[in-house]
Design a protein around this ligand. Structure first.
Ligand SMILES: [Zn+2]
Length: 308
């Protein structure tokens, strides 16, 4: 199960501080899935050595590549910063020279913790979306939260039950609270991460519903990544959503944004999960294939054939 999700994407201004941390790293240059990778990772700083961390980077890159059809950038620099303890502690992503991710991991991190990690897939997902600006960080963070779950499930790295158990526990935190003025104007943690993820979830289901399962959010975001080149460019959210909608032949993203950007929309998530065939008794999530929208759930969770 994933923990408290938060990260920061930022621009060139903070790059110098990241550069300063690279001094003690040993650097590897390799090519994976067509991506030219520069990995800064001091082997001796981690109890288990470099190998489990390199496997984690490779696995995460493969998950994001499979979701988007191609990895969002042709080159990527990853800096793994050792910290006390175990686990993976957090990351930041820059759209700099194709992409730069700095991620903090505990010196005692285990292979099992790396297998269960959400951080690196989340950070890599940021690379596929243009910089939409601070007022729409709910979309960049929400998309990364949502895609992390779906892409890892599609790759066999999480189960459907695990992804939906997390959604059912966390997504209600994305609901508007008193005084909410819509996603563009309410920059709380809950609205940013899980309000944004809720937007993506609602959009994904609706695109599938309107297109008879021919398309989903995945197709929309593949088109955005391909047309834009990702985080290294600035696009207004309206252009992102219009590009995504054009790819699915719908207006789902633009219509949902019009509804939710300035108003506190409160969808009935419990009802939607039930229709998708996702039911929880409080401790266990069960999936029902006879539910009215179960085919949409299966289509969302099914790996897409790679498209170029
Ligand atoms: Zn993030």
């Amino acid at each position: 199960m994933s923990g408290f999700k938060a990260c920061l994407i930022t621009t060139l201004l903070l790059f110098a501080s990241a550069q300063a941390c690279a001094d003690e790293s040993s650097t590897r240059q390799l090519s994976l899935d067509g991506v030219s990778l520069r990995i800064e990772l001091a082997d001796s700083k981690f109890r288990g050595g470099a190998e489990p961390l390199l496997e984690w980077i490779k696995r995460s890159l493969g998950i994001v590549t499979a979701y988007y059809g191609n990895f969002p950038t042709s080159s990527l620099r990853i800096q793994v910063v050792p910290e006390d303890g175990g686990g993976v502690h957090g990351g930041k992503t820059w759209g700099y020279r194709g992409g730069f991710i700095r991620v903090q991991a505990g010196r005692d991190v285990t292979a099992a913790q790396l297998l269960d990690d959400w951080v690196l897939v989340h950070e890599m997902t940021h690379l596929a979306l243009p910089d939409v600006g601070d007022d729409q960080s709910w979309f960049s963070e929400g998309l990364a939260v949502y895609v992390e779950g779906i892409s890892r499930e599609q790759a066999g790295n999480r189960t459907q039950q695990d992804v939906f158990a997390e959604q059912m526990k966390q997504m209600p935190r994305g609901m508007p609270q008193d005084g909410d003025r819509g996603l563009d104007h309410t920059h709380t943690w809950g609205r940013t991460y899980w309000g944004g993820a809720m937007f993506c979830f609602l959009a994904d289901v609706e695109i599938h519903r309107r297109t008879g399962n021919r398309f989903g959010l995945q197709d929309a975001m593949r088109a955005v990544a391909k047309a834009s080149g990702g985080l290294s460019v600035d696009w207004p959210i309206t252009r992102v959503l219009a590009t995504g909608d054009a790819a699915t032949g719908t207006k789902v993203l633009e219509d949902l944004y019009a509804q939710m950007k300035d108003s506190p929309v409160t969808p009935d998530l419990r009802d939607l999960w039930t229709k998708l065939g996702v039911v929880s008794d409080g401790s266990t999530v069960m999936l029902h294939d006879e539910a009215p929208l179960a085919d949409i759930r299966r289509a969302i969770m099914q790996p897409r054939a790679n498209k170029t």
